[in-house]
Each structure stands twice: as structure tokens, then as C-alpha cells.
Design a protein around this ligand. Sequence first.
Ligand code: 5AD
Ligand code: SF4
Ligand code: FES
Length: 355
Amino acid sequence: MGTNGITREKLIGMISGRNAEAQALYRKAYRVKLEQVGKLVYFRGIIEFSNICTKNCYYCGIRRDNHKFKRFSMTEGEILQCAELAWNYRYGSIVLQAGERSDAEFVEFVEKILKKIKKMSGGSLGITLSLGEQAADTYRRWFEAGAHRYLIRIETSSRKLYRSLHPEDHDFDRRVSCIAALRDIGYQVGTGVMIGLPGQTEEDLADDILFFREMDVDMIGMGPYILHRDTPLAKNVSGFDPARQLRLGLNMIAAARIALKDVNIAATTALQALDPKGRELGLQAGANIVMPNITHTRYRSGYRLYDSKPCLDENAGVCRACLSHRIRDIGEEIGYNQWGDSPHFSRRSLKGGFD
Ligand code: 5AD
Ligand code: SF4
Ligand code: FES
């Protein structure tokens, strides 16, 4: 199967590239990015508002069975403060992310916050949710309350690998059906995977890109897998190679840009955990979105999905200055005060409906 004439074999070749070959791939992907989505980098201020999670993914530091740290939930007032900061910073939109919960109290809490943020900004601050698997009705309520984008990573498109990374009751098909439900409701939908997972091959990663294409998503947020020492998965990994993780992460961004063309692709924080310049490298390999952390500093160390997460001691202002310098240094510009929807979404909507 091909995507825009790009075969699975071609994708595998891109994902496996090293050294000069990889550099040439990034240059090509950068040209495609300029042509398709332009040179503006869009900011999404991310608020990681709670580390309480009902799930138990084997790779993740805030999984339910990790009792080695304290759980927190930011209050409504604290979340609104962060949103207001994003608004004052002229970030066009924010991302609300937390561990997965689907109890009625949580659903209502999020709904209320969405309405308040919309009101505070006169409707103009865009809101993306990253809150995992929910009932279609919940997705609808949150959409009606003001969220218009939703990120839900498939983590890996290989069923076999998915099984090895999650307990029995975490269901691959349910996750796929969530992506479909979100599209039907009218969200701009993003998905993504972890890259360089134990047991994951270059073929699997090529299939991930084919999966993105098949699901016709508008946004991609993917990043290298990084160990978290207090997880079952990390205990089974030997020979973790950060340089390989970084290279695979960048190769995937470039391959996705070349194959999918007009989608938004994030240069994720996990890249920066492997290299101080990780996010800039991501932008130079074809990404066009950056998610500055705007979570209150006192909560940052509690939201640790993986070890060596950057920016734990910084505050929103420091991250803003840091990222704007870094982006200026590579000759790109930030699209302040704009939602920065992907051209893919605009085209999909123009075609009429979401099918
Ligand atoms: N390394 C990298 N990414 C991780 N995530 C969770 N744990 C890790 C890890 N150890 C990612 C998952 C999830 C997102 C919120 O964080 O892809 O969807
Ligand atoms: Fe919870 Fe998400 Fe971590 Fe899984 S990856 S344990 S759902 S926060
Ligand atoms: Fe947070 Fe650089 S992005 S300090």
C-alpha cells in the first residue's frame, strides 16, 4: 500500500537512514514543510493539570500502580490562571492534558473549565484536549463546551506491540474507535506513537505512518520512548541508546512530513529530553508545532511520564523566552495569536463533512 505514491518500502528506507542520508532526508522534509504549511511555528501552551490516572500502561511514569510519588490535581482557579497566562503571552491556543479519568465529576470539571476559558478569552483562545479514551457523549459535551481539537495517541499501530505495552483490559480497537468518534463530532484530530519502543521495528514505524494516513488525521504528536525507572517496561530494557532514539524520532518526523504533507506535526518535549536542541532539530526535520509548558512550576515534577523530562524547574515565562530564542536562532518565526489549524483540516472541512 502507498501514500501519495510513497510505498511502505520507501518509508522503511527513510526511517532507517543515518548520517548524510538522514541529513538529506531532513532537508527534503523541510522543503515539503515550507511548501505545504509554511515557515511559521505555532505555539500550544500545555497545561498538565493532573497526574491521577486510572490506567496502567507499562511504559508510563504516572501509571496507576506507581506509588512512588504524590498525586495532584490543579484547581479550577489554577488552571484558569495558566490559561490566562497563555492568553497574555499571545499563544493562539492551549492544550489541557492529564492522566486518564472518566468519572462524572471529572467530565463535569473539564466541561466547566472549557466554558470559563472560552469566556475569559472572548472565544478566541483555541483549546486542544489530551485526556484519553472517553465515551462519545463526553467528547460531544467537551466539544460543545469549546474544545475543538483532540490528541489521542495510538502509541503503536501494531496490535501485537500494543498488547505487550499494556495490561489486558487496555483495548487497541477502542482507541481506534475513539479517533473515529472524535472526527465524527467535528474535532480536529491528532494521533501519534512512541518511537524506539522495545521490540518495535522500522517496519512497524512505517506502518504507523500508513496508519496516520488511513485515519486521515490533522495533527501528529509523536516522540521517542524514554525510560522511566519505576515502570515495568524500563526494567525489561537493556542497552537504551539515546542517540538512536533521537535519530529515529527525527526520521519519523521527516518521513511523516513527506508522506502526509499538509498536517501539523509537533516537535515534542521528549526530543528535548534526549538533546538540548531536540525541539529545534524536530522543526528542521519537518515539524511546525511547539508546545511550551505553562503548568505551574510547583506541579511540574509531579507530571513525569519519563525520566529526565526537561523544564521541571522553569516557569512559563522562562520556557517562553527560551523557546522563542531557540526558534529565532534557526531562522523561523512564531505565529502568535493564531490557532494555526493544519491546511489538512481546512481542506477536509471544505470537502464537506468529515467522512
Ligand atoms: N516515554 C515517552 N513518551 C511517553 N508517554 C508516556 N510514557 C512515555 C515514555 N516513557 C507518552 C504517551 C502518551 C503521552 C501523553 O505521553 O505516548 O500518549
Ligand atoms: Fe495514564 Fe496516559 Fe500514562 Fe497510560 S500513558 S498511564 S493513560 S497518563
Ligand atoms: Fe522550558 Fe527551555 S523550553 S526552559
